[in-house]
Design a protein around this ligand. Structure first.
Ligand SMILES: C[C@@]1(CC(=O)O)c2cc3[nH]c(cc4nc(cc5[nH]c(cc(n2)[C@H]1CCC(=O)O)[C@@](C)(CC(=O)O)[C@@H]5CCC(=O)O)C(CC(=O)O)=C4CCC(=O)O)c(CCC(=O)O)c3CC(=O)O
Ligand SMILES: NC(=O)C1=CN([C@@H]2O[C@H](COP(=O)(O)OP(=O)(O)OC[C@H]3O[C@@H](n4cnc5c(N)ncnc54)[C@H](O)[C@@H]3O)[C@@H](O)[C@H]2O)C=CC1
Length: 218
């Protein structure tokens, strides 16, 4: 499987099944997409910002739900294998992406797996185990949350630094040296994590040094 980042803004994600798994996927996708969850019962209370529809479609009715909602992705998270089978068939027939929660292997074309994710905006890390050990994905996600502390601010800082160096027509090889030296600087990481220095200060210092030294290596 090849990991890709998919933008679901303005798209619909249709989820069948309102148990713990359906709720977890709903919370995940509702951060970006319009999410509709179809289930005869909603045991969980937190579905994020999703629309909940009480219904128990049988296999023959599943396709009608896809026709009405025109989703970009369908999630099969019911405990009924025949319904999950019908969801995969309907999604394939309509060329819609499908995530099946009750299978680890033997996947069909167009099927996607939901990874564990760490988000330090705008940094995103996705973890998968090819379906072998989801509990390990979860464990590694928790571990990485600590490792990535400050990465979002670092990304924002470097983005601004690149833009400002470009605007000052600093040559490409020199921009690369400067950006790399900031990202590898442990004192900058510590400053971002502890909040002792603001990203703006780091950018101003790099640019001031550059203007004084006229582009000599640090
Ligand atoms: C294939 C996949 C399909 C998909 O759902 O996309 C899938 C399938 C299955 N999961 C099962 C079990 C568990 N899943 C979790 C947790 C997560 N599962 C997620 C993804 C995936 N799960 C995809 C593969 C990802 C990969 O490659 O690693 C995560 C990462 C993302 C998310 O769901 O949001 C989320 C952690 C999120 C986080 O915390 O960050 C836990 C842990 C817990 O609940 O505490 C358990 C119990 C422990 C265990 O069994 O490991 C079962 C057996 C059901 C049974 O036995 O009946 C199946 C079906 C099967 O294996 O047949
Ligand atoms: N991918 C993952 O991370 C995991 C997957 N699983 C698998 O995913 C499935 C769902 O897990 P849970 O949420 O824990 O199960 P659950 O049994 O608590 O929830 C299933 C939900 O589906 C609903 N449902 C039943 N028939 C339906 C229909 N025709 N249409 C719409 N909804 C219907 C039920 O009312 C219930 O709310 C399980 O069968 C299990 O095999 C389990 C744990 C983790």
């Amino acid at each position: 499987m090849i990991p890709l980042f998919h933008d679901f803004t303005d798209a619909t994600v249709l989820i069948f099944g309102g148990g713990p798994v359906g709720a977890r996927k709903a919370r995940r996708f509702a951060r970006e997409a319009r999410v509709v969850v179809v289930s005869p019962a909603f045991v969980e209370t937190d579905f994020g910002d999703s629309e909940l529809v009480r219904a128990a479609p049988d296999p023959g009715e599943v396709d009608g739900w896809l026709e009405r909602h025109e989703p970009a992705l369908v999630v099969a998270a019911t405990d009924d294998e025949a319904v999950n089978d019908a969801i995969v068939d309907a999604a394939q027939a309509r060329n819609v992406l499908v995530n099946r929660a009750d299978r680890a292997g033997g996947r069909e074309p167009g099927s996607v797996v939901v990874p564990a994710t760490v988000e330090e905006r705008p940094v995103t890390v996705a973890i998968g185990t090819g379906g072998t050990a989801p509990a390990l994905s979860k464990y590694l996600r928790k571990d990485l949350e600590e490792t990535l502390a400050g990465a979002g601010e670092m990304a924002t800082l470097l983005g601004e630094l690149r833009r400002e160096l470009k605007a000052r027509s600093v040559p490409q090889h020199r921009r690369r040296q400067l950006v790399t030296s900031v990202v590898e600087d442990s004192t900058v990481w510590t400053a971002l994590r502890t909040g002792t220095t603001k990203p703006r200060q780091v950018i101003d210092d790099v640019i001031a040094d550059e203007l004084v030294s006229g582009g000599e290596s640090p």
